[in-house]
Ligand binder design. Structure first.
Ligand code: AMZ
Length: 331
């Protein structure tokens, strides 16, 4: 049955939802318990999102995840610059053999994203992650000095001294990956000493933590490592799904949900963002504690427009401006 093409809002089941408050039904799939509605949400004047509810249900995100949309969804979009030998690059699934070089002027690239409205920049020293030694410090320092927004850095931060050196240089946050699994106490100590400044990077291959430039995979579950840092003052966990990183194939929502549920530490999603819809799909798990998303290749490729994405989930979005419901649906 084709449902009427009318704008709807505030249905009984969705009355609590502020994430997708304004939408219209564009289709229906299945019958009985497997019934799914396809909705198109208005997010701003330019963007519409088709959310197949079946898709959310399949992943267990609708019940009670759908209800959990009751909190206004807020998501920080963080552009990423991965540095290899001083250049802006992206790797495919973290493979150092599959490099795409996007810019030879990382400072100009960072300034451009700041100009487009980014509130934070994510930097990765890929040489540092692989070798454990800082390689791109000159560029890192130049970017940090040039920008007025906070900058965070991961890759090769393997000691308290190194973390402190970076914070002294003006980095807002340091990201610890390999050390988080090899010396978790060091991370807890740093987090206690520098509140809000220490982020744990948990990079997972099939749910298992990978380290040292993702060349090594451990036998520790990503969610178990996340639990380890509960209550330590770690500012956030950046959860990267290696299989999707650099592929533009969409985020691994199941893995992100598991990470968000593993601890009360805010989770920043990383890996797989290819379109604005991918970013918007994260709004469904925002209430579970997914507070930000890192976007890399999609910005370079132009499949995500940063300014548009910021507008779509920022305070100016049309869904918040529209207040009068024009119909309702029953689900
Ligand atoms: O792409 C990769 N191969 C890669 C990458 N992006 N390897 C590591 N990293 C990033 C992690 C994290 O932010 O996502 O480097 C940081 C971890 O580095 P380290 O040196 O602490 O393990």
């Amino acid at each position: 049955m084709k449902l009427p093409q009318q704008w709807t809002a505030q249905s009984a089941a969705l009355a609590l939802s502020r994430g997708y408050r304004h939408f219209r039904v564009v289709g229906e799939q299945g019958k009985g318990p497997s019934r799914a509605l396809e909705i198109e949400a208005i997010l701003n004047r330019a963007v519409r999102l088709v959310v197949p509810l079946q898709h959310l249900r399949d992943r267990g995100l609708w019940q009670p995840g759908w209800q959990s949309l009751s909190t206004p969804a807020v998501m920080q979009i963080i552009p990423a610059i991965d540095l290899l030998d001083g250049h802006c690059v992206r790797l495919h699934q973290g493979d150092y053999g599959q490099v795409t070089r996007f810019s030879d002027d990382p400072v100009a690239q960072a300034l451009d994203w700041q100009r487009q409205g980014a509130q934070r920049l994510h930097l990765v020293d890929l040489d540092g992650a692989k070798t454990g030694q800082p390689v791109n410090d000159q560029v890192v320092k130049a970017i940090t000095a040039a920008l007025s927004i906070p900058v965070q850095l991961g890759g090769g931060v393997r000691s308290a001294e190194r973390a402190e050196e970076l914070l002294r240089c003006g980095l807002d946050r340091v990201i610890l990956g390999t050390v988080a699994i090899e010396q978790p106490t060091l991370v807890s100590e740093l987090a206690a000493r520098y509140p809000g400044k220490v982020v744990v990077g948990i990079d997972a291959k099939d749910g298992m933590v990978a380290t040292r430039g993702w060349i090594e995979t451990s036998t520790v579950k990503a969610t178990e490592l996340a639990k380890r840092f509960e209550g330590t003052g770690v500012a956030a966990i950046i959860s990267t799904d290696i299989a999707t990183d650099g592929t533009l194939a969409g985020p691994n929502l199941e893995a992100l949900r598991a990470m968000a549920e593993a601890s009360s530490i805010p989770v920043i999603a990383s890996g797989g963002i290819g379109t604005l819809e991918d970013i918007l799909s994260l709004l469904a798990i925002a209430p579970l504690g997914v507070t930000g998303v890192i976007v890399g290749r999609a910005l370079y490729d132009g499949t995500v427009d940063l300014a548009e994405a910021l507008q779509a989930i920022g305070p100016e979005r049309l869904q918040d401006a529209l207040t009068s419901p024009t119909g309702s649906i029953t689900v």
